[in-house]
Design a protein around this ligand. Structure first.
Ligand code: TTP
Length: 290
């Protein structure tokens, strides 16, 4: 399975911060925001990942992420000239995907918690048919695409930012699609706000009986980063966990190492290159503990 990391967008709710820099390059406590969804994609098993950014920010992302060899994966880059919707990622990535299944992760969505790697691994193994969305219980579902379930708990509808939510289950920014996603996305029409909506793509799968919903339990954190307050809260959450446990939240080098994508020597090189920071010292400590 391939991965797409969508990290464009205008970040208007973070203006003026994001007038000069992409939201996904901003720090969440001790690492750039994009490291978190990158870790998520590694857990899905994706070894080839397309990073989609605005044209202006592409160089910065390339400088930060390189060719992916530091994680034992291959990174590719494309641009989205304007934020014309999340489904557009499947069109921009059409040649890259070449009809293969993929996991699509939004660059500002942070997932963390017990059982998540297993859940992602399970879903990606079954990715050759249909789509899977990951739903999460929130107190303010009206801000999101919201799942509606029938009496048997099967998905019946997805409502985009409804005035009255049919459930408390919001659709999160991580999607797994079979090889038909680009073709389906090419048939979508822009919404009244001029975007190719990801909800419309998911509804297309739902209507053809091909949409699965993986409910993420309460032991998993799905963090929002769209506003200054949400970013600060996410940073404080990450800092609290990391300080308490002495373990990193979504450190892509660690994930790659534990998945066997990089070896001791490669991790050591990374640690040395980042030597002066606590982050670099943490990478070193992983090797020492083993
Ligand atoms: P949003 O939060 O919907 O948009 P945004 O990040 O531009 O922020 P704002 O609402 O403050 O203007 O986007 C969610 C994620 O998806 C984010 O990581 C950016 C990404 N995205 C794109 O890359 N391209 C798009 O066309 C859209 C709609 C989103």
């Amino acid at each position: 399975m391939k991965g797409i990391l969508l990290a464009g967008g205008a970040g208007t709710r973070l203006h003026p911060i994001t007038k000069g820099v992409s939201k996904q390059l901003l720090p969440l406590f001790d690492k750039p925001m994009v490291y978190y969804p990158l870790s998520t994609l590694l857990w899905t098993g994706a070894k080839e990942i397309l990073v989609i950014t605005t044209p202006e920010d592409q160089l910065s992302f390339k400088r930060l992420l390189g060719d992916g060899s530091w994680l034992g994966v291959k990174l590719y880059f494309e641009t989205q000239p304007e934020p014309k919707g999340i489904s557009q990622a499947l069109l921009i990535g059409r040649d890259f995907l070449a009809g293969e299944p993929c996991a699509l992760a939004l660059g500002d969505n942070i997932f963390y918690g017990q059982g998540l790697p297993e859940s992602l691994g399970r879903v990606s193994e079954a990715s050759s048919q249909g789509a899977t969305v990951f739903a999460y219980q929130v107190h303010d579902p009206e801000r999101y695409g919201v799942m509606e379930f029938d009496e048997n708990g099967n998905p019946r509808d997805i409502q985009e930012k409804p005035a009255k939510a049919p459930s408390t289950w919001a659709v999160t920014g991580l999607y797994v699609y079979d090889g038909t996603a680009s073709e389906r996305a090419s048939r979508l029409k822009p919404s009244p706000r001029g975007e190719l909506e990801i909800t419309d793509l998911n509804l297309d799968y739902l209507k053809s009986g091909n949409l699965k919903v993986e409910k993420l339990g309460r032991g998993i954190a799905w963090l929002d980063t769209g506003t200054p307050t949400a970013m600060l809260q996410a940073s404080m959450f990450i800092q609290a966990i990391e300080e308490r446990q002495g373990l990193q939240v979504c450190c892509p080098e660690e994930v790659a190492y534990r998945l066997g994508l990089i070896n001791d020597h490669q991790l050591l090189q990374q640690a040395k290159a980042l030597g002066k920071s606590d982050y670099g010292k943490y990478l070193l400590s992983i090797l020492e503990k083993n």
